[in-house]
Every structure is written in structure tokens, then in C-alpha cells.
Design a protein around this ligand. Structure first.
Ligand SMILES: O=C(O)CC1=CCC(=O)O1
Length: 92
């Protein structure tokens, strides 16, 4: 199942810089492992914002929730999920 996921990141200024850098490095490693596995086939930056649009290819709502809730930046994110179905006019 495919899901369009919008993530907006808001790290509080009160978080020490070293802690923020550590969490971002963990986020990068976690996301790159999922990209290599094929479960996170698209990751795009929203121009001018600390936000991304991503496409996840996972088996179920539960797998997506589990995957997203393990993001190291999850406590600092607002996440919106849109489940995707095949468009009847799509040739893909
Ligand atoms: O920078 C972001 O948009 C948050 C994020 C998701 C995966 C990643 O590596 O960073």
C-alpha cells in the first residue's frame, strides 16, 4: 500500500545543538535504511521549509504507524498521512 506522508519538523530552540545534531544523524541513518529496503521510495524537501513530502510503500496502516513512530524526529514532527489508491486513468 502506498501512502503520501507530509512531515513538518519543529525542533525547539531549547534543545541543545549537540542533541539536535545527534537526533538528525539518527534520522538520516533510519531513513536511508528504509529507502534502501524499498519501503520509503520517495523523500522530497519542501522548498523553503523544514518539511518533506514522502511516499511510503508498506503493507498496512499498522506498519506505517510503527515506521513513523520510530522516526528519531517523531517527537518534533507534525505528520499528515494520505492513503493512495490507483487512479483509473493512470498508465503506470
Ligand atoms: O529533514 C526532514 O524533512 C526530516 C527527515 C526525514 C528523513 C530524514 O532524513 O530527515
Amino acid at each position: 500500500m502506498l501512502y503520501l506522508v507530509h512531515m513538518i519538523v519543529d525542533i525547539p530552540a531549547s534543545l541543545p545543538a549537540e542533541e539536535a545534531a545527534r537526533i538528525k544523524a539518527e534520522e538520516k541513518a533510519y531513513s536511508q535504511a528504509l529507502q534502501k529496503s524499498g519501503k520509503w521510495p520517495h523523500l522530497w524537501r519542501v522548498v523553503g521549509e523544514y518539511a518533506n513530502y514522502s511516499v511510503f510503500d508498506v503493507a498496512s496502516n499498522d506498519e506505517l504507524h510503527d515506521t513513523l513512530s520510530k522516526l528519531p524526529l517523531f517527537p518534533f514532527m507534525k505528520i499528515t498521512v494520505t492513503p493512495l489508491a490507483k487512479h483509473p486513468s493512470s498508465i503506470l
